[in-house]
Structures are given as structure tokens and as C-alpha cells.
Ligand binder design. Structure first.
Ligand SMILES: [Cu+2]
Length: 298
């Protein structure tokens, strides 16, 4: 009876294992396709890298994954061997050895080598992120509770707010919690410097496909950069807990061709001069608090 129970138990464990493998196998194709610019159900790993920084980050992550997996496997095997070989039954008379020069040198030097192997690409990546190349375009991103405002100082100081589109206003195909009323528009294959700050509390400007995440701190200017190498819309979210509607201030970056970008700039400038003619001077300043007041309390 007991043996039978054990067999049923083992059978169930095997079934569970098969289920886990099936789930992982099912997730892998999704990972390979990767919906552009956003996370997707059952995704494994990162979003598809669209900038040099994110490509390097991906590579570094994969390197660490191999190293950490090898260390975990090694330690597990070592522990299992110790349990089996040196338990009281198998080894009633323990050895009195206390020092072993070769072993001690090895377990000092090998971890040092592993750390160097990690440190070199780590610093390379850090410098790639921090050394901002000559920018073709600068954008200022300002976080507020709970939306982002953007300014284009190189392009006639275009400025606008970018507010999340609520669920009941989404058009078909627009992703929930990521769609905004006005995307940031940037040209493809151009170095974009992003200057980041905040109006009220600390927010964080993050776009996973670009490999950027930087705090938006009131009274401080932080900067980062990206060079998107593929057109499309890439989404990010505020990544610093900033209050009630923290989860509802997404970031949407639309990467377009240079020609389309110039058209967009021209249209934005025309819109701004129209507003000036109508006597509305600071649209961002007026729209901000009004929108804040209009945001549903939840
Ligand atoms: Cu925020």
C-alpha cells in the first residue's frame, strides 16, 4: 500500500515537472518574438534591445546568468557530495586536517578572477551609459504627479504634457496603462540626450527597450541618453514610487524617420504659435494643474 502511494507521488512529481517544462517551452517562442516596445505575457528575459546601451546590458546580463548558474551548480554538487561522503555513517572518523595551502590559495584566487571577469564589462557598460556622446537632440523630461511634461529646447522650445489615456478612452490596439495622449517623438539613429527633473516628488524616467532608467529629482538635473536604432513606439513607466497614481504615468517614445520627425516638429511649432496668437502663453503650466484636478481619484 505504502509503495503504491510513493509511486503515485512520484508520478505526480513527474507530471508537475513536465508541466513546468511545457510552460517554459511555450514561453520561449514568445520571448523570441517579443512585442515591440513593451512587455508581454509570459515574456522571459528583457524586451528587445533597440539601443547600443541595451544591447550591451543584455550581453552583460547573459554573462552574469552563466556565471551565477555555474556557481550555483558547483556549490550544489559540492554540498551534495559532502552530505553523502562525510556524514557520520559514511565517515565515522573525521580527518583532523586544518590547513591546505593549495586549496586556500585556490578558493581565494578563483573568486578574484571571477570578480575581475565581471568588473571589466561592468565598468565598460557603466561608461557607455554615463559618457554621453555629442547629442543630435536634447529633450527635457519633467515628472509631475502624475504625468510627464516634455520640452524640446533645440526645436523652438516645443513643450507639451503627456498624460495616460484611461481604459475607457483607449482605441483598439492601444496598450492599457501605457498609452498616452502625446508621445515623445524622436528621429531614428540619432543620439538623444534626455535631461530629467521633477516638479514635486521624485519620479524616474525609464524605457526598458532603450536600457535607460534615471531618477527625476525636484531641483536637480539628471541626464541620460539613447540612440534608438529601430522605428516604432517604445513604452516605459515612472519607476520611482511617487504617490497614488504612480502606476498611471507611462512614457511613450515614438521613433520615426528624420523626415517624419521634421514634419512633426513643424506641426508642433505651428500649433504653439497658434496658441500664442490666442493669448495662451504657457500651455504646459495651465494644462498641468487642470489635468491634475481632472484626474479621477481612486
Ligand atoms: Cu512618478
Amino acid at each position: 500500500m505504502k509503495a503504491n502511494d510513493t509511486r503515485i507521488h512520484m508520478h505526480m512529481s513527474a507530471m508537475a515537472m513536465i508541466a513546468v517544462v511545457a510552460v517554459i517551452a511555450g514561453a520561449v517562442p514568445a520571448f523570441a518574438q517579443g512585442a515591440q516596445g513593451m512587455a508581454e505575457p509570459w515574456q522571459l528575459g528583457f524586451q528587445e534591445a533597440v539601443t547600443p546601451v541595451m544591447r550591451e546590458t543584455d550581453w552583460f546580463h547573459n554573462l552574469l546568468l552563466v556565471i551565477i548558474a555555474a556557481i550555483v551548480a558547483f556549490v550544489t554538487v559540492l554540498l551534495a557530495y559532502v552530505f553523502w561522503r562525510f556524514n557520520e555513517n559514511a565517515n565515522p572518523e573525521p580527518s583532523r586536517t586544518t590547513h591546505h595551502t593549495l586549496l586556500e590559495v585556490a578558493w581565494t584566487v578563483i573568486p578574484v578572477i571571477i570578480l575581475i571577469v565581471i568588473a571589466v564589462p561592468s565598468f565598460r557598460l557603466l561608461y557607455l551609459q554615463r559618457d554621453i556622446p555629442d547629442a543630435d537632440l536634447t529633450i527635457k523630461a519633467i515628472g509631475s504627479q502624475w504625468y510627464w511634461s516634455y520640452e524640446y529646447p533645440d526645436n523652438g522650445n516645443i513643450s507639451f504634457d503627456s498624460v495616460m489615456v484611461e481604459d475607457d478612452e483607449l482605441k483598439p490596439g492601444q496598450p492599457r496603462l501605457l498609452t498616452v495622449d502625446e508621445n515623445i517623438v524622436v528621429p531614428v539613429n540619432k543620439v538623444v540626450r534626455v535631461i530629467v527633473t521633477a516638479n514635486d516628488v521624485i519620479h524616474a524616467f525609464a524605457v526598458p527597450a532603450f536600457g535607460i532608467k534615471i531618477d527625476a529629482v525636484p531641483g536637480r538635473l539628471n541626464e541620460t541618453w539613447f540612440k534608438a536604432e529601430k522605428t516604432g513606439v517604445y513604452y516605459g513607466q515612472c519607476s520611482e514610487l511617487c504617490g497614488l497614481r504612480h502606476a498611471y504615468m507611462p512614457i511613450a517614445v515614438e521613433v520615426v524617420s528624420q523626415g517624419e520627425y521634421e514634419q512633426w516638429v513643424a506641426a508642433k511649432k505651428a500649433e504653439a504659435s497658434l496658441r500664442r496668437d490666442n493669448g495662451v502663453r504657457n500651455v504646459a503650466g495651465i494644462a498641468g494643474p487642470a489635468r491634475r484636478a481632472a484626474a479621477p481619484a481612486d
